[in-house]
Design a protein around this ligand. Structure first.
Ligand SMILES: [Zn+2]
Length: 359
């Protein structure tokens, strides 16, 4: 029986080790795009998942496989790294029910063959011991429907790079170890939900686009370690949990289109905001700063309220490099114990802010 003719896009030397499937003239059952292969595919694929059948050296190699709609991998232990590079999906794809990944697992340059039906990946109740990545490397980007990561334990890095989600993106009921999030050049056209303490190992979100009607929910302490946000315009419907930012926070080139309040920050860590636009106001009413908060070149289009804020010594609340207050803003009853704990350097006041005694 002759071998499958599948050509690995980034690896001309590798050959598929499986025989041509008699129903297909060229490819094995795993690489065949035949629309009616599900029953046979499941029989050959699911029974030997964790075995040597799909092993290539140190990898469980599912590159270029064409997965029929509703393929579900369950209760399997993968002791090596797992590659789904260039995998193609004819519908939804599930990994669930106590699958255990000892090595890293990656989904690179995926393709969804029936764009109007199932386009989603659902990971439910699994353990990822060395991280998980979804990214476009050779393709400029890839588009998919939803990604749902539910009730999973992810240790290490969760990386999402150059993907457009036309459905929802959610990480819910995460449990266990430190997850470090790196999400970059991603478009979310659906809703986004990240659970409480989602990224306890730190997070960077860079170059993120949201659909106009997207709803975004970040749970309590969702970002409980280092947080770096850059190049993001949040939609109007943004729901932030309590102390959602509870580690060091750096924001650069961010636009908030909803009111941002003090309760969203754990102010015992440094908070740095550069070129951040607050379209709907910023309220730090009666908050206590146990660390410094620096606004650099930020713009406040609606009321900025720092009334009653207590700044612990020697911390500072600083507005530098042409921060601009477009509407009257409140800095009354600021409590400081030393001079210069509140400072304005070249700040511009479109309309005079209401400074009242600084005690
Ligand atoms: Zn093949």
């Amino acid at each position: 029986m002759s071998q499958c003719k599948y050509q690995y896009p980034q690896d001309a030397k590798s050959k598929c080790l499986h025989p041509i499937w008699p129903t297909d003239s060229k490819y094995c059952i795993f690489h065949s795009e035949h629309p009616n292969k599900k029953e046979e595919f499941d029989r050959y694929f699911l029974s030997e998942l964790g075995s040597n059948k799909f092993r290539r050296g140190e990898v469980h190699d599912f590159r270029g496989f064409v997965f029929p709609p509703g393929t579900e991998i369950k209760r399997t232990n993968f002791d090596k790294r797992v590659w789904f590079d260039n995998a193609r999906f004819q519908g939804n794809f599930y990994i669930s029910d106590n699958c255990n990944f000892l090595g890293p697992i990656r989904f690179v340059d995926l393709e969804f063959l029936q764009p109007d039906t199932g386009r989603s990946i659902i990971l439910d109740g699994c353990v990822f011991n060395q991280g998980l990545s979804f990214k476009a490397l050779k393709k400029p980007k890839f588009e998919m429907g939803s990604l749902s990561i539910c009730n999973c334990n992810i240790t290490g890095r969760l990386e999402i790079l150059k993907i457009t989600f036309n459905g929802d993106f959610s990480i819910t009921e995460r449990w266990g170890s430190n997850t470090e999030g790196h999400i970059s050049k991603v478009t979310f056209n659906g809703n986004v939900a990240l659970c409480d303490e989602c990224f306890s190992g730190g997070v960077s979100l860079e170059d993120i686009r949201f659909g106009k009607s997207s709803m975004v929910i970040f749970g309590d302490r969702a970002f409980s370690n280092r947080t770096y946000f850059s190049g993001i315009e949040f939609p109007e419907n943004l729901n932030l949990g309590e102390k959602v930012f509870s580690g060091n926070v750096t924001f650069a080139f961010i636009q908030f289109n909803s009111l941002v309040e003090a309760s969203k920050f754990d102010c015992s860590n440094p908070i740095s905001l550069t070129l951040v636009t607050f379209s709907k106001g910023f309220s730090f009413l009666n908050a206590r700063l146990d660390n410094s908060m620096d606004f650099v070149g930020c713009e406040f289009y609606d009321i900025c309220n720092f009334a009653g804020v207590t700044i612990e010594s020697p911390d500072k609340l600083q507005f530098t490099s042409n921060c601009y207050f477009h509407t009257p803003s409140y800095f009354s009853n600021i409590h400081t114990s030393r001079e210069n704990q509140l400072s304005f350097e070249r700040a511009s006041f479109g309309r005079v802010p209401k400074f009242v005694e600084i005690s």
